[in-house]
Design a binder for this molecule. Structure first.
Ligand code: NAP
Length: 293
């Protein structure tokens, strides 16, 4: 990773004090209505020239209204799920992948809807919203020809949708090998699966594998997680990581890093490799990128 190039990626064109007015072009529920999880795909639109970004960056959304102290609500960040040309190829729209979130008050046990995720999931096409950003440089790929190992849990798939969209817009010679390991609770929660499977059919360098934690079990009876599925594909993952340009991206739930780390240590042992040594090299060369919440 070239740090000088990374530093040139533009950020913060729109700050909370001067956000961009955008229009919700469409909203679609990705999960089955009435199911345990509610994940939505939103497309936001603006005027030509008002906004640009790179794959792996995020935007902020400001929910309307004021908080208990009479101040505007804080910005909530969401990964941009679209490649730089946007949803229609003209750079004037981007998609977000938003899960309706609830939290439980530890003192009272009361279940409280998350402000911004519920605002977005309840929004209607045509609504006007305030957007900030783009933010973040850490997850932005600079070398599309480098082999990539991508690992996502849940809505952590959002930036990788942008990656795969960008790959699809490049020629085969411009893109490298890519293995995406994507974990969710059920098949219903595997957002964008049909689209990703179609991409694999036309891109022999791309492989996407899935872990359905509430529908599949490991051989020893545990929930099937991304780290378990990664072990199943250990030989190809390890071979991909031998390329000195190879990059590893993790996105999703905080805590997933430990399981992935242990899986890569097991895989290395099976392949007569040295994971701590490779992990250090990946870190030193900024080829190990992690975004977990
Ligand atoms: P989720 O549905 O709670 O979990 C996704 C999958 O990960 C489930 O199969 C879950 O299994 C599994 N899992 C749980 N603990 C794990 C662990 N330690 N290691 C590996 N897998 C594990 O996920 P979510 O609610 O969509 O949350 C995704 C996270 O991504 C959130 O923290 C979100 O903030 C973050 N994120 C979101 C965006 C965005 O733009 N929306 C972007 C980047 C990151 P079980 O539930 O069956 O145990």
């Amino acid at each position: 990773m070239d740090l000088a190039l990374q530093a040139q990626i533009p950020v913060n064109r729109y700050r909370p004090s001067s956000p961009l007015r955008v229009t919700l072009q469409s909203i679609e529920q990705l999960t089955t209505p009435g199911g345990p999880n509610d994940v939505r795909h939103l497309v936001l639109r603006w005027q030509p020239g008002e906004f640009d970004w790179r794959e792996g960056q995020s935007v902020g959304i400001v929910a309307p209204g004021l908080n208990a102290k009479g101040r505007p609500h804080p910005v909530r960040l969401f990964s941009i799920a679209s490649a730089r040309d946007g949803e229609d190829g003209d750079g004037t729209s981007l998609a977000l992948t938003v899960k309706r979130f609830y939290w439980t008050n530890p003192d009272t046990g009361e279940v409280i809807p998350g402000l911004c995720s519920n605002y977005l999931c309840d929004a209607q096409a045509g609504d006007q919203m305030w957007m900030t950003g783009p933010v973040g440089r850490e997850m932005v790929p600079l070398d599309w020809a480098a082999p990539m190992l991508l690992i996502a849990t849940g809505t952590g798939i959002a930036p990788f949708r942008a990656f795969l969209q960008q790959r699809a817009r490049l020629s085969p010679a411009e893109r490298g090998q890519c293995l995406l390991v994507f974990g969710a609770q059920t098949a219903d929660d595997l957002s964008y699966r049909a689209w990703m499977d179609d991409l694999c059919a036309t891109d022999p360098q791309l492989q996407v594998v899935y872990a359905r934690s509430r529908e599949e079990k490991t051989a020893d009876g545990r929930r099937m997680y991304v780290q378990d599925r990664l072990r199943d594909h250990g030989a190809s993952a390890w071979s991909l990581l031998q390329d000195p340009r190879a990059e590893v991206y993790l996105c999703g739930l905080k805590g997933m890093e430990d399981g992935i780390d242990a899986a890569l240590a097991d895989i290395a042992a099976q392949q007569s490799g040295d994971w701590p040594e490779l992990r250090q090299r990946l870190r030193d060369e900024h080829r190990l990128r992690i975004e977990v919440y």
